[in-house]
Design a protein around this ligand. Structure first.
Ligand code: FMN
Ligand code: SF4
Length: 396
């Protein structure tokens, strides 16, 4: 364990465990991040050093930590921020130093359980660095990076069309480095211990440890860990890997799957924010998918036609597939909508929703046949497995 030490959230406890953050020369720090091969932990796995170098080359850059954790089945960022807020704040300070930023921001969803501890931690280190805390509407797409920047700039947490990307023009139209809070916590440790230390564990191409939320429990393991080490696969029919931006994986395939971006991409999936949820053999993957598709449709920000109209249509078709009534045009329509939606929004929300539903149609293909024939299994009546917190709310 590297991030999740036994130390508590107070500054004295943090300093007792990690010592003071001594920041090297900017170039040396950038080289250390590059040498460490740190990939972002917010979902896409983008190389952190590459983003930092672009931002560092711009004028009057800004840094923004993304602690919103919009993924309903994820708990790792809230746990990290509650237990070790100073590690994240050290990382934010190191990121600001590396890119030459004089301004640092931290965004959390309104109502996040981590907020009181984060507020206290920011106050405790007021003499070290100033961080502006933002409370963002707790919506799925509000934590997408362009939405966060829009929130800071205008108060509205809706995504905007890019380019320009945040690292080109973000907060106050200045180049902005947006990083997930786990990414920043790793950065705080790289700044202390160096690249070789960081690379000493994990997959050589995607080094280090990573936080995963497996059936609601947060664990820190080396990258490249097998799914079967984190979830007991006995009694499961499938595993959701990567959260609602990820894919279903059948249990046979999950047996040999290891958790890297490379392996998940090769399997047609996405590692996302490190979420794993097991679906018991007694459940129904189509019903679970219909519930999440309904949630994702309600979470669209209502500003791009294809997403605004397409996601609710897809959700309605998946609901019909799961629970009826069924008619043969539903499948034709669903296939067509799934084929045209990806890449049509300001943000990648529709892309994620399409990938998630497509994976269900593949992994639960035998169930699709049974449901279409009017023979759904008993699983349609079982208790929900995937959390769906904001069912049916509209944007305010
Ligand atoms: C719909 C949507 C929701 C997102 N929600 C989050 C989130 O809750 N937390 C997060 O860190 N990144 C989220 N992201 C990714 C961010 O846009 C951004 O890429 C990330 O914060 C960059 O951090 P990283 O480079 O450290 O991974 C989301 C992306 C999309 C498309
Ligand atoms: S693609 Fe959808 S969620 Fe993203 S900005 Fe457009 S309407 Fe909003």
């Amino acid at each position: 364990m590297r991030l999740l030490t036994a130390a508590g959230p107070l500054l004295t406890e943090h300093l007792g465990a990690h010592g003071e953050l001594q920041l090297a020369d900017r170039q040396q720090l950038l080289e250390a991040v590059e040498g460490a091969g740190l990939l972002g932990r917010g979902g896409a796995g983008f190389p952190t050093a590459r983003k930092m170098r672009t931002v560092a080359a711009g004028s009057r850059p800004v840094v923004l930590a993304n602690g919103c954790e919009g993924e309903p089945a994820s708990g790792k960022d809230a746990l990290l921020l509650s237990r070790h807020p100073h590690l994240v704040l050290d990382g934010l300070q190191a990121a600001a130093h590396a890119v030459g930023a004089a301004e640092a921001h931290l965004a959390l969803h309104r109502g996040s359980p981590a907020l009181p501890l984060v507020r206290k931690a920011i106050a405790e280190r007021r003499d070290r660095a100033t961080v502006t805390l933002h409370e963002v509407e707790p919506r799925y797409v509000a934590s997408e990076e362009s939405a966060l920047i829009n929130h800071v700039n205008t108060g509205v947490a809706k995504p905007v069309f890019t380019p320009p990307r945040p690292f080109e023009r973000g907060i106050g139209r200045r180049p902005t480095l947006v990083n997930n809070v786990e990414t920043l916590a790793h950065l705080a440790l790289i700044a202390r211990h160096g690249a070789a230390w960081f690379r000493a564990v994990g997959d050589p191409e995607e080094p280090g440890t990573q936080l995963f939320t497996a059936d609601g429990a947060v664990v820190e393991v080396p990258t490249g860990t097998a799914v079967r080490s984190l979830l007991d696969l006995r009694g499961l029919q499938a595993v959701l890997v990567g959260g609602y931006f990820g894919t279903w994986v059948g249990v046979a395939q999950a047996q040999d799957l290891v958790l890297t971006h490379r392996d998940l991409r090769a399997a047609g999936g996405a590692l996302g924010a490190g979420v794993l949820v097991g679906l018991p053999a007694t459940g129904c993957g189509l019903v679970e998918t219909a519930r999440v598709a309904t949630f994702l449709a309600a979470e669209n920000a209502g500003q791009c036609g294809p997403c605004f109209n397409g996601l609710p249509s897809i959700a309605a078709a998946v609901r019909a597939l799961a629970l009826g009534p069924w008619d043969d045009r539903t499948m034709t329509d669903l296939d067509r909508w799934l084929g045209v939606l990806a890449g049509r929004g300001a943000c990648r929300h529709p892309d994620g929703a399409v990938r998630f539903v497509l994976s269900a149609l593949t992994v639960f293909a035998a169930d699709v046949v049974e449901h279409r024939a009017g023979r759904p299994c008993k699983g349609v009546h079982s208790a929900p497995v995937l959390p769906v917190p904001l069912d049916g709310r509209s944007w305010t």
